[in-house]
Ligand binder design. Structure first.
Ligand code: FES
Length: 457
């Protein structure tokens, strides 16, 4: 038996060092580091791009189709298509992720000590260290949810937990990761070893169950009711966290099957229950929720939003990280894009996609309006409508009907029927028999393929 040589792999920018046997799929290694593979590693989405800074990684056919020659020359590869062939130093595109955080003021009751607030998202973790006396945010720490290697959305993670028997694995993974984030916060704020008074965690119902160790099976089928949706309290020690002060860690209660305490936090922060008018809150994360209501009551619905807008089903879809087109607009007839990080565009995130649809529609309406203002001969020159051609304004209809369509009303209010004929009606082809038309054919300067018909014909 021949032993395969081992190679060293360095991940940048964190300089994490790994060792792997030659031939190991890079995907397996990066999964362990929380890297996402949005299309499931099928080489379709470009979401797993890495840049080889040193060492070699072959370019297969899928990569040639998905990466430009310039990208390949610069060392970009699709990690899901590569195996370990030599020592490697690679830069992870996903670790450029810009995770949005802010320190908007909020109402709170001052008390002594330090507190930690954690938003446990399906994709992203954000933790803040707060001075509970002033409410000031002392440090922020973010990371991709390490569970993402077992599925980009909650349904695939539930599948892994319940059918794959992996719930215990997901639980220890996320508990360990949040514990490490809290330590990072203390380090970043220069408060290593300081006592923490309180830790509060929010997240969707699936994350709640995974973190708290509650059986997630009821969430996989109708009526999708959580086994337990109340607040769960632990000590730091119970979670395996070594924190001074042995703080209580509370995971706030869920609101429903797929409406978690992250929505509850949003409702409180946006003060939805203090309004007389109807107000709405939209949280378009990997799991998306919409809440509408006022002080008399609230209604909420949720769905898998991220994978729909940013994941595997959109060929250029990507998460809202560096290089994602996040806004598209039409400015004086030209399309304008905003790219997160102001670099080169790599794909479209959800907001960019929704914007792009709106912008293309607006652009089309502008073009239609322009076309309607141009004089008839210009719109239906011989080149456009004449022999062998079709009307530029009606190409779709022509294709659909295989012969022509009705053009928008022209000056004089007449409706014109256009045909994809090779000859003018005076020399009409067989299929346009003499009795076919109503209103007769017109042969004029504008071309010889249009005939006026009565509106409604
Ligand atoms: S996960 Fe590699 S291209 Fe989609």
């Amino acid at each position: 038996m021949t032993l395969r040589p081992y190679h060293q792999i360095i991940l940048c920018p964190t300089r994490v060092e790994l060792r792997a046997a030659e031939g190991t799929p890079l995907r397996d290694l990066l999964f362990e580091q929380g890297v996402e593979f949005p299309c499931g590693g099928q080489g379709r989405c470009r979401g797993c791009r890495v840049r080889v800074l040193a060492g070699k990684a072959e370019v297969n056919r899928a990569q040639q189709e998905r990466l430009s020659a310039a990208e390949i020359a610069q060392g970009w590869r699709l990690a899901c298509q590569c195996t370990v062939e030599s020592d490697l130093e690679i830069e992870l595109r996903q670790w450029d992720a810009a995770i949005l955080v802010d320190d908007t003021p909020f109402a709170f009751r001052p008390r002594p000590g330090l507190g930690v607030a954690v938003d446990l998202g399906t994709t992203t973790l954000v933790a803040q260290l707060l001075d509970l006396t002033t409410g000031k945010v002392l440090a922020v720490s973010t990371a991709l949810n390490a569970q993402a290697r077992y599925g980009a959305d909650v349904m695939s993670r539930l599948h892994f937990a319940v059918l794959g028997g992996g719930q215990q694995q997901l639980e220890s993974l996320i508990r360990r990761q949040i514990g490490a984030l809290v330590e990072q916060l203390l380090f970043a704020a220069g408060k290593q070893g300081a006592e923490i008074a309180d830790v509060v965690v929010v997240g969707n119902t699936v994350m709640h169950h995974f973190f708290c160790g509650i059986a997630a099976e009821p969430l996989t089928h109708y009526p999708f009711e959580p086994a337990e949706d109340g607040m769960k309290t632990f000590t730091a020690g119970e979670l395996g966290w070594k924190l001074a002060g042995e703080p209580k860690v509370r995971f706030l209660p869920c609101l429903g099957g797929f409406v978690g305490s992250d929505v509850l936090a949003g409702i409180l922060a946006a003060k939805l229950t203090e309004h007389d008018d109807l107000v709405g809150l939209v949280d378009l994360g990997t799991n998306g929720e919409i809440v509408i209501g006022n002080r008399e009551g609230l209604l909420c619905a949720s769905t898998a939003a991220g994978p729909a807008f940013e994941g595997a089903k959109i060929s250029m879809g990507m998460r809202a990280s560096t290089g994602a087109i996040s806004q598209v607009s039409v400015d004086h007839g030209a399309l304008r894009c905003r790219i997160i990080g102001d670099g080169s565009p790599c794909g479209l995130c959800g907001s960019g996609l929704v914007d792009a649809v709106g912008a293309f529609r607006a652009r089309r309406e502008q073009l239609d309006a322009l076309a309607a203002r141009r004089p008839y001969p210009e719109r239906h020159s011989r080149a456009a409508v004449g022999q062998g051609g079709d009307c530029g304004g009606n190409k779709a209809a022509d294709r659909e009907e295989g012969r022509g369509g009705t053009h928008p009303p022209l000056p004089g209010g007449r409706v014109w029927q256009l045909y994809r004929s090779q000859q003018c009606p005076e020399h009409r082809l067989d299929r346009f028999s003499a009795g076919e038309g109503r209103g007769g054919w017109q042969h004029g300067a504008a071309g010889c393929k249009a005939r006026p018909v009565q509106p409604g014909c």
